[in-house]
Design a protein around this ligand. Structure first.
Ligand code: NAD
Length: 294
């Protein structure tokens, strides 16, 4: 392996320490901690794990963490009523509804009901629109975390050729907009893109957010590129337990790239750190305070 391994875990820990300082200063000034409410519907095991780790990280940063667990059978009206309460609660600065939601609930209607000022996932159309036009948005946590890693690795991104594989509203599209705002020349690739390997070989920055185990091969990568692997895929392991891999064939790509994020330990820890960051930023904006630079 010749590539540098980008230490997302370590970078996230350093960021969380700075956020904890910001939280302490906020408490001192405002007399209350920033508050994050996480809503979980149903018993999906992966979602439960995410919600638990988000709650733990929120508490560790000195924030108030509130968890609402609703039955799988909850109606859309009941969920919307809870969101209305959280919107009105002055001690809550961030609201996160863990996706996916059960079939009887319209996800878009639920996201639209969240006060955009408390939308720490950045999924509300108002925040998506502000990101697109260059306003003061709350930006989705995963692409924000990827950008933080890229800046830590490369500094100024101006003029870099960036290819983002994946066009979801949660990762691919906001990632492309963030890179564009950093003056990269951005291409978004997706399932209908022609000759993806050739396109990827042009990238100084390659972000893979697909959900296909080890799809990006060593031969797809330009020597010296920086590769960010967002994918989380469970594949069968030798011990029968299975293991997590990204969308990038790590060992092959590490022979060619200048730097690469591992899975796990790359983008994943940054996502939670950025959730805390967004909650702290939302709290400052709601209180009319100057935002911390994080
Ligand atoms: P998604 O399913 O919404 O989008 C996947 C995208 O990949 C689509 O835009 C599709 O066009 C594209 N795609 C599918 N097959 C392709 C192919 N063969 N070639 C090129 N493009 C193809 O997924 P998502 O929500 O954007 O998540 C992507 C991956 O990132 C998943 O593995 C997910 O688990 C992971 N993820 C990780 C984090 C984290 O914190 N690390 C957060 C969110 C998502």
């Amino acid at each position: 392996m010749s590539a540098r391994r980008i230490d997302g875990k370590g970078i996230a820990e350093a960021l969380r320490a700075r956020i904890a300082d910001g939280v302490a200063a906020f408490r001192e000034t405002v007399g209350r901690p920033p508050g994050l409410a996480v809503v979980l519907v149903g018993e999906d095991p992966a979602s439960s794990v995410y919600v638990r780790s988000k709650g733990k990280a929120t508490g560790a940063a000195g924030m108030r963490s509130v968890e609402h667990r609703l039955a799988d059978s909850v109606s859309e009206a009941e969920l919307l009523a809870l969101i209305g309460e959280l919107n009105r609660d002055p001690g809550i600065d961030g609201i996160l509804v863990q996706l996916p939601l059960p079939g009887q609930i319209d996800e878009q209607r639920v996201i639209a009901a969240i006060d955009p000022a408390k939308d720490v996932d950045g999924f509300h159309v108002e925040n998506a629109g502000r990101l697109a036009v260059g306003g003061e948005a709350l930006v989705p946590c995963t692409p924000l975390g990827c950008l933080h890693l890229l800046k830590a690795e490369l500094g100024d991104l101006t003029g870099k050729d960036a290819v983002v594989i994946g066009r979801s509203n949660i990762v691919g599209k906001p990632m492309a907009l963030l890179l564009l705002a950093e003056s990269c020349t951005v291409t978004i690739a997706h399932s209908r893109t022609r000759d993806l390997p050739e396109l990827c070989r042009r990238a100084d920055i390659l972000v893979a957010a697909v959900g296909r185990a080890e799809m990006v091969r060593g031969a797809w990568v330009k020597p010296g590129a920086v590769v960010i692997d967002v994918g989380i895929n469970r594949i069968a392991g030798g011990d029968g337990k299975g293991r997590l891999v990204g969308d990038v064939a790590f060992d092959e790509v590490a022979e060619v790239a200048a730097a690469i994020t591992p899975v796990p330990g790359g983008v994943g820890p940054m996502t939670i750190a950025m959730l805390l960051r967004n909650t702290l930023v939302a709290a400052h904006r709601r209180e009319g305070l100057e935002e911390p630079r994080l």
